[in-house]
Every structure is written in C-alpha cells, then in structure tokens.
Write a protein that binds this ligand. Sequence first.
Ligand SMILES: [Fe+2]
Length: 308
Amino acid sequence: MTDSPLATATAQILKAEREPGLKSVVKTFFDETTFTASHVVHDPSTKTAVIIDSVLDYEAASGRTKHTSAEQIVAYVKAEGLSVAWQLETHAHADHLSAAPWLQEQLGGKLGIGADIVRVQEVFGKIFNAGTPFARDGSQFDHLFRDGDQFKVGALDAIALHVPGHTPADMAFIIGDAAFIGDTLFMPDYGTARADFPGGDACMLFRSIRRLLSLPDQTRLFLCHDYKAPGRDTFAWETTVGAERAGNIHVHDGAQEDEFVQMRTTRDAKLSLPNLIMPSVQINMRGGHMPEPEENGVSYIKIPINKL
Ligand SMILES: [Fe+2]
C-alpha cells in the first residue's frame, strides 16, 4: 500500500537534511500549569514563523483569563523580527485554552486546524447543548487541513498529516525537518496520549503513531505535553523518531497493536479528566473564542451534570 503524504513528508525531511538552510528553527514555551509545550517555528532565511498550540492562561475558580504565557511568545516573535504566517492547533485541546485569537490580534497569522474538527464540534456541540449560534462547520478557523496538504513557511516546505486517535481531528505538522505531533507520542519514557475522550480511539492512535514512526529516524519530534516520567525531574518536549522507535514504553518497535489497545484502554479508564476540560473544550471548539455573550454582555461556560 502506498502512503503518498508520508512519502512526501519523508522527502521533505531528507531534503532539509541535505540543505541546512531548510532546517527550521524552533523555540518552545512550556506552561507548567497545564503541562503544555507551545512552539514557535520559523524559517531562518525569511523569518516567516508559525505558532503551534498556544496557551491562554485561565483560572478556573474565578473564570479569569490572562495573557502571561502568550505575552512571552509575542516578546520572542518581536525580538527575533519574525512575521507570523500561521497559528496552528494540532487538535482541539481538552486541558488548556488556546490563545490563538488573541495572538492573531497581536501578531497576525491564519488560524488552522484539522478538517475533522467538524466531528469534534458535532460531538461537543451536543454535549454542551451549544444550540444554533454555534456553527459546526469549522468556520471559526481560517483553514482546515486535510491529510497530505502541503504549504510553505517562507522557504521551508511544510505538510500536514492526519493522525487521529487522541481525538478524531488530530494533525501533525511537519515544517522543514521538524515534526509537531500534538498528542500522539509523548517522550519515550512517558509513552503515548490518552484515547478515551469522546471520539478518541486507541486503535486509530496506534496506527497514527506507527505512521509517524515510519518517518526518517533523525526526524525531530516536538510534543504538545510533558508530565515528567518517574525518575526524570525536568520537563522535556523534543525527541526523535529513532529514540521513540528504540525506547517508547508503549510503542517501541515490535509493540503489538492489540496489546497497545488493551494497555491504553485499561490505563485511560483510571485517568481523571483534565482540570480545565469544561472551559477548554467549549472555547477551543470555537477556535479559541468565548461562547456568544448572553444579553448582559457576559460569556458563560456550561457544566453538564453527569455527562462526561
Ligand atoms: Fe490534547
């Protein structure tokens, strides 16, 4: 069976290997409150940049938002003289709010996510009874990516790969020689993302991961989260295909799909939901925008009782 998006991605990574000018420059900002790694990746020749999986700070008790994390990104982009072409989400996050709309106001860039966000909107639109004002067609985003979509970041080649499993809409974005793989793999010593949210599928996650692991060994992988593994006391968010294939505790070379699905399902059943799942999902399914304000001008987050 041929997998032409994968072949194109592989060729892109090997080309960047041969021509150092086509390697991407990556700066990561780690939010210890939600364990999220946001990445700013840019083309060194044109200074064109992409911001991936930004974080809007949110205090659950008070319902207040802050831009402390996002301001660090703005400061970096300005100091480096970058121009932002894209704000990308690897998926609709359930554990943090996206700062993409605010960052778009500060820095510009088109907002992109996987095309299957419409399936996520359908599922969560129902769970949160979002009603007709909530469009379930992905129109909150500027661009919906499909598997194999190619785009440019300045002089760098880029391609989107659909890697469902954690959610139906997860995308990996490969920019130059670096892959931003969202919630699929975590560091080798921590394993893989959970697959038990509505629309998640452990079997699909395994296949998406094996697809990513067929990229060249030297491919740099940038993760969306790290929780520190037992015995490791620093956060880490960068690894390689080779390191994951050799040592990922869940999906190293030789790991079997049925055993993975069994392990993942058992483990997920014991995990509690992320602290910020209620606000995160309602805001991120709207492209990072708050729910439509009520007649008093205030936006509200709903909590469905006994639904999640
Ligand atoms: Fe996630």
